[in-house]
Design a protein around this ligand. Sequence first.
Ligand SMILES: Nc1ncnc2c1ncn2[C@@H]1O[C@H](COP(=O)(O)OP(=O)(O)OP(=O)(O)O)[C@@H](O)[C@H]1O
Ligand SMILES: [Mg+2]
Length: 351
Amino acid sequence: MNNSPDLILYQAFEAVPLGIAVFDLTGKVAFMNSNLAEVMGLDPHQVCGEDIKRLLQGKGIPSGHPLYRILAGEEYKGTAAPLTDGYPSYVSTHIIKGDDGGNAGGLLLLWDARGRQELEQAVLKAERLAIMGQLAAIALHEVRNPLSALQGYLQLLEKELEEVRQLEYVEIMLGALDRVNTLITNYLRLAKPGTPERRPCDMDELVSDLISLYEVELKNRGISFLFSCDSDLPKVSLDRDQFYQVMVNVLKNAAEVTSQNGEIHVGIKYLKEKDMAVFFVRDTGAGVSEDVLPRIFDPFFTTRDKGTGLGLYVCREIVKNHGGGISVANNPDQGCTVTITIPCESRGRSL
Ligand SMILES: Nc1ncnc2c1ncn2[C@@H]1O[C@H](COP(=O)(O)OP(=O)(O)OP(=O)(O)O)[C@@H](O)[C@H]1O
Ligand SMILES: [Mg+2]
């Protein structure tokens, strides 16, 4: 087998996914690999000794094309108009120096720029989306203030109204406002997740407060509510507002799937040996089907008509930022349980 350096070089030039041509000072082609010959519609074995300029002109490549620049001794690196294959290309031309340091010829490299262009377009798109995201976050933040005012006054009105019909209207409006509020809160959390500002929190108190908001509504719907908390649970170091958001999302999900005579059990356990708090919300809904389960934390994944699919995604981001974990599993009998673990970080500090 002939292992001459020329043969090895020839094979290497044939193997690389580039179009390559080498020519001497007079423009005579010394080598052109099959890739470039193919793009130019030439036979690679018949181009040696041909004039590179004539070949380019013969293929109708316009005189302004950067490929010609090297013939005037000008090196070039950049994108170029398509050759015969119709793809935008990336051209790189180099002067080859002789032993005496003078110009001896030129090297021309050409490759398909589609991948690079796609990447550039993707980066531009990502930048545009990031700016749009920031603008939307600012706008939504501003929308929230008038919303809170509307909500507050509607709640006052609700207390004053006696006519059932009017009360119903107010309830519908309050429900709609509540939804918009959740959407904005989730969106803002998504756009600006932020590092949690952790402080020691009494979880028994936080979860009880939260439950009291939902308890009446759930009782009215014939759903019973259970709350349990291990008595030795220490204060848990977490961002109160962020964690509140997690519990609201999980509780809302449970409330949405649980029907009359169902039950929602919210519990907090303390794993002393690991210094971990385990929160669980168990419902008696329909549970989660096998095809939904792997996608349940994906952003914008929802099976609900009015869902945004951001609830659990936001929960997972917040819990992750707290160094914890969140999972959803079907119960052996009925419904499912969402389990959240958070390191308490109660040891070695006075709480
Ligand atoms: N307790 C549950 N029981 C059954 N399915 C659930 C439960 N919680 C969540 N899911 C499923 O996971 C999907 C995603 O939940 P997620 O909270 O992220 O969004 P969503 O509730 O659909 O919308 P949003 O929370 O934005 O209003 C839901 O659409 C539902 O299919
Ligand atoms: Mg939800």
